[in-house]
Design a protein around this ligand. Sequence first.
Ligand code: ADP
Ligand code: MG
Length: 332
Amino acid sequence: MNRIPYLLEIMEDSEFTVIQRYFARQPCARSDVVLGIGDDCALLRVPPGETLAVTTDMLVSGVHFDPDTDPEAVGHKALAVNLSDLAAMGACPAWVTLALALPAPDGLWLEGFCSGFFPLAERFQVQLIGGDTTRGPLTLTLQAHGLVSLEQALRRDGARPGDRIFVTGTLGDAALALALTQGRASVPEPDQAYLRERMDRPTPRVRQGIDLRGLASAAIDVSDGLAQDLGHILRCSGVGGRIFMDRLPRSQALRSCTDGPMAIAAMMAGGDDYELCFTVPPQHLERMRSLARYWDCRCSEIGIIEEGEGLRCQWRDGSYYHPEKLGYDHFA
Ligand code: ADP
Ligand code: MG
């Protein structure tokens, strides 16, 4: 009885069915994709003068999201967090690969996933160009590719004393949403839905990153908490910084949280914001502010780069805020 080859055939068949049915059906077709899904490699054209920006992010069920999270939110977020990294580099998103480990070829879950993933891909003209599909504990690893010229890439090491510090959108919403689901915080009912949405469906600040080319001296996306991520800019640039705590942008939902200190900790060290934090030298402030008027999100000036190392967080009355923890660390 030769049973093993038969079993292998069934598994392979369903693997290819999954790829065909769910992943090889994207309407968006970019002319720089010479060969997409279906061969051993994708073949892509990088236009002359552009540099390829590459980023990868992994989402592990039970670590990055609850196992019973709406698969649509998982699909959206898996792509959004990768596009957020491209945005923080000033890159224009182009392509993405998807490596997926699934416990079983669950059609309902895959349908849901695709209904979160592909609309976001369409919105930013990103084409899924390949990946891998295997059986295993639910894990998604995406690699996203974007284009930016070498001179205009927004790196972390260009901040200089006197540059102003900005952040897009609002901070702390996703961290507060997590605290809500864990019963550590409470806000009125309508605000809960808003916070939950901010946690599940972050908006990558792609347009903002592209507008900041040639204007921002440094940029990062806030994924692990403002204090920690701004800290990366400061360290890489060899400078210090001062944040004016009263200026941190907070949503109306976050303001309604009864636990003030928790809301502040969520803004400073919560993470999962996927907003851009960036620095702008004085000579580019006016141009940057005039572009920001057309953004679909807030843009707040929250501080200034200084010479002495480290981050100082100051209230209007002159007192200092000392964060208990800097931000999220998987091994802390
Ligand atoms: P190989 O064995 O040569 O690596 P696979 O059989 O794993 O190829 O995949 C076949 C094709 O389907 C390849 O082009 C691969 O990039 C693509 N692919 C596999 N899984 C996915 C996925 N989850 N999303 C998008 N494309 C995928
Ligand atoms: Mg493969």
